[in-house]
Design a protein around this ligand. Structure first.
Ligand SMILES: Cc1cc2nc3c(=O)[nH]c(=O)nc-3n(C[C@H](O)[C@H](O)[C@H](O)COP(=O)(O)OP(=O)(O)OC[C@H]3O[C@@H](n4cnc5c(N)ncnc54)[C@H](O)[C@@H]3O)c2cc1C
Ligand SMILES: NC(=O)c1ccc[n+]([C@@H]2O[C@H](COP(=O)([O-])OP(=O)(O)OC[C@H]3O[C@@H](n4cnc5c(N)ncnc54)[C@H](O)[C@@H]3O)[C@@H](O)[C@H]2O)c1
Length: 472
């Protein structure tokens, strides 16, 4: 008989979520982690990046307070204290992800590397562990592009960025995606010179109309942005050479051009687990396509037809699917139709469902409804009117996607995530009563554009005028 009901490899957000459910259900679970409990999100991803951004936003707010009649001196950035805040945020959240917590829930926590040695067993610190089911949640790391000379440059990735003792004088950022955008703004606001160099356009696959709002904010913060750039070589001293002959020299280089799955140490061949360069190949319910005992979750999962997603809340979404499949043997399939994502710059960029381009590429007939924050009383009162709410819907009023660029956009996307997931018709959203004055009104107003057009149409005006003349 197998020693465990379930072995989970990796104690990042995905592995912790499924361990939590399984242990609380009373299964015999072993959770194996080779480095730090909490994985990327806690130690080298979401938490430190958002803590650093919080410090950056505070500095920016101080600089901007003049617009409200409050003039403050240029803020002094105490880099050591900012770092202490970042490490403090990690330390404050760490107990939630700790060995003690998971042991108390009933899991066996093993701090070592796991490697499959057969289809139903892994080896961990010299011990062979068998299990009825395995969840591989071994995560991903920064992808390193094949740029000649890069191997000789001591470049930074998210794994090393937040441990840096010195403040970079001039940070070159290779990649203008989620990390590039957030870290460019954070470092610029904290007093570093920043240059972003990216292939394609800034914001990668985000809606260009919304990215334009972020581009303006970065430019205002003094960030240099080079889009459609092709880096042909790198040299020590943090130098990038571009195909057009330009030579960019910085003090530090951050590489943020996407992710690579952590496949190498897992011994997948011994267990007959198929992998692609993007991760472990699974069906739409996260089960390995070649070993029925094995499931994948989080960044390392490459579900058929969907591909990987690198978001912490995807880990908990995956845990829900796995709980249904592994614990209750129920069918369950992934659906990313209502999966939100947020870039935590200021202004923020939040998106759920399809962008306009994705909806058109999928051959949907679309109507696009917008409401600018320049016409939102709360935004005006705060002196922060940049950005807009953009709704993409079918002509019949079914929402396909929502994008918001603006202050606190991330806090607004929850309603729209529910609206898309539950297929709430546009007219219901237009009829919502939202408190005044809030930024949420902008979304309601966008949803109400077609209804307003109908309300003030010729026949409606005629009817109102005629009824108005009749005696009560
Ligand atoms: C800078 C940055 C900012 C981010 N910000 C956000 C954000 O704001 N919001 C958001 O939703 N997402 C964000 N993300 C993405 C998010 O961090 C990841 O999607 C998430 O952490 C992935 O979780 P995971 O459990 O799949 O993998 P990981 O967190 O990588 O955990 C995998 C764990 O497995 C362990 N492991 C690997 N191989 C083995 C082995 N053989 N044996 C034992 N253990 C092993 C690793 O040590 C690791 O701890 C950010 C990412 C980065 C890099
Ligand atoms: N707020 C958040 O939720 C958040 C924040 C940070 C990271 N993340 C997650 O982490 C993942 C990784 O982030 P990322 O920023 O590394 O990747 P990304 O996929 O978001 O963006 C990568 C960028 O690098 C560019 N690029 C690729 N190869 C290049 C090259 N050789 N030279 C120059 N540019 C190149 C691409 O055009 C793209 O713009 C994201 O997919 C995201 O899901 C999420």
């Amino acid at each position: 008989m197998a020693e465990h009901d379930l072995v989970v490899i990796g104690a990042g957000s995905a592995g912790l979520s499924i361990t939590h459910v399984a242990a609380r259900m009373g299964l015999r679970v072993a959770l194996v982690e080779r480095e730090r409990m909490g994985g990327d999100c806690l130690n080298t991803g979401c938490v430190p990046s958002k803590a650093l951004l919080a410090a950056a936003h505070a500095a920016t707010e101080a600089r901007r307070a003049g617009r409200l009649g409050i003039r403050l001196p240029e803020p002094e950035v105490d880099w050591a204290a900012v770092r202490a805040h970042v490490q403090g945020a990690i330390a404050a959240i760490a107990p939630q992800d700790s060995e003690d917590r998971y042991r108390a829930l009933g899991a066996e926590v093993i701090r070592a590397e796991a490697r499959f040695v057969s289809p139903d067993a892994v080896e961990v610190a010299g011990r062979r562990i068998t299990a009825r089911r395995f969840v591989v949640a071994a995560g991903s790391r920064a992808a390193v592009p094949a740029i000649p000379g890069l191997e000789d440059v001591p470049f930074l990735t998210n794994a090393t960025l937040f441990g840096m003792k010195e403040k970079p004088a001039h940070l070159l950022i290779l990649g203008g995606g989620a990390i590039g955008l957030e870290m460019a703004q954070a470092h610029a606001a904290l007093g570093c010179r920043v240059t972003v160099v990216t292939s394609g356009r800034l914001g990668a696959r985000e809606d260009p109309e919304l990215v334009a709002v972020l581009r303006d904010a970065l430019a205002e913060a003094g960030v240099s942005i080079l889009e459609d750039a092709r880096v042909v070589a790198a040299e020590a001293g943090a130098v990038l050479l571009l195909a057009d002959g330009r030579r960019l020299a910085g003090s530090h280089l951050l590489v943020a051009v996407g992710r690579t799955p952590n496949l190498e140490s897992l011994g997948l061949e011994a267990a007959g687990i198929r992998a692609t360069p993007r991760g472990i190949a699974t069906d739409a319910g996260l089960r390995s396509t070649t070993n029925r005992r094995v499931f994948a979750a989080g960044d390392i999962a490459d579900p058929e037809g969907l591909g990987p997603r690198y978001l912490t809340h995807v880990g908990s979404l995956h845990a829900g699917i796995l709980a249904r499949r592994i614990l209750f043997r129920l069918p369950a399939k992934l659906d990313y139709g209502a999966l939100p994502r947020v870039t935590y710059t200021d202004p923020e960029l939040a998106q759920v469902g399809m962008t306009e381009a994705e909806a058109r590429a999928a051959d949907h007939k679309v109507q696009v409804l917008r409401w600018p924050f320049a016409e939102n009383d709360r935004a005006i009162a705060e002196g922060r009117t940049e950005g807009l709410v953009k709704l993409v819907a079918t002509p019949g009023g079914r929402l396909l996607g929502v994008g918001i660029a603006g202050r606190h956009a991330g806090e607004m996307i929850g309603l729209w995530t529910h609206a898309i997931g539950a297929r709430v018709p546009l007219r219901d959203l237009a009829g919502l009563v939202v408190p005044y004055p809030t930024r949420a009104e902008a979304g309601k107003r966008a949803a109400g554009v077609p209804a307003l057009e109908q309300l003030f149409s010729r026949p409606a005006r005629w009817a109102a005028r005629t009824l108005g003349r009749l005696p009560w």
